[in-house]
Write a protein that binds this ligand. Structure first.
Ligand SMILES: NC(=O)CC[C@H](N)C(=O)O
Length: 272
């Protein structure tokens, strides 16, 4: 029974990690999990935590909700999607944290923001009812709700990671500002809508920040994106140039990568 528990929660890997990597801590902040976590986005947190342990780190997850204390160290920021209402609930607190978050983004802290949180990392999200929720301006983009929701599995062709597979479900159309420091993360084919259903872009990139509409959850199906976040965190905090699995971690990573490949292939074969 304890073996089972260990296999599931990563504890065994943390213990093994002590040999390979001194169990160096990675502090992972998950933004507003109470109000911003739909379509399985919490799977991103589990994936980063698990893979960080398999690479020999001691991952510490900080669930940050409104009014909580901001953690002393921040190595990775993860944020999920939410209903318009959930987004409305957290905007004041997010705004109060905006200077800290912008400073982290400028400093190269890796972040992954999905859908509703992606929108709020832009300049604003105007809901379909016309209410304008202010964003924190990490990304140079604006989002405007429209009556027809954009829903379905989606393949995002990115230059950095190849094809990234996920699931989109949003009313907001996102437009990147011309000439800003933010660039699209990838491109979608004609059968996927991505940022806005018009210009075939999907998501946004600035420094080590990735914003995307892909739920699913996206990281279990696309582990190289998880490894990118962990790798950037390890570089920024510890000056490490590359990730090295623990002795036990290597086999488990291979098994997880194989599962991910198969899950991504199934999702990609069922576009809408
Ligand atoms: N899935 C989401 O996070 C939805 C975000 C936002 N409420 C929209 O519909 O555009």
């Amino acid at each position: 029974m304890s073996d089972m528990a260990n296999a599931n929660d990563g504890t065994a890997d943390v213990a093994a990690a002590a040999n390979a990597n001194d169990g160096r801590v990675l502090d992972i902040v998950t933004l507003y999990p109470r109000d911003m976590n739909i379509y399985g986005d919490s799977g991103n947190v589990l994936t980063v935590r698990r893979r960080a342990a398999l690479y020999g780190f001691t991952p510490v997850v900080h669930n940050y909700n409104q009014g909580d204390e901001w953690p002393e160290h921040v190595d990775i920021v993860l944020g999920g999607g939410g209903q318009d209402q959930g987004q409305g609930t957290i905007t004041d607190d997010l705004f109060a944290r905006s200077r800290q978050i912008r400073a982290l983004a400028d400093d190269g802290c890796p972040m992954l923001l999905i859908c509703g949180m992606y929108q709020l990392f832009g300049e604003y999200f105007q809901t379909v009812e016309g209410d304008r929720l202010p964003g924190i301006g990490v990304l140079d983009l604006v989002t405007v709700g429209q009556p027809v929701r954009m829903i379905g599995n989606l393949v995002d062709h990115t230059e950095e990671f190849g094809d990234v597979v996920g699931y989109e479900n949003h009313s907001g159309q996102t437009f990147l500002r011309d000439g800003g420091r933010t660039r699209p993360w990838g491109r979608v084919d004609a059968d996927g809508t991505g940022n806005n259903g018009r210009d075939h872009t999907e998501g946004a990139r600035y420094n080590a920040v990735i914003g995307t509409y892909l739920h699913g959850s996206v990281l279990p199906k696309n582990p190289r994106v998880a490894d990118y976040l962990i790798g950037e965190a390890a570089r920024r905090r510890y000056g490490m140039e590359r990730l090295e699995p623990t002795a036990q971690g290597a086999d488990e990573l291979r098994r997880l990568d194989d599962l991910a490949r198969r899950a991504a292939a199934v999702a990609a074969s069922r576009p809408r």
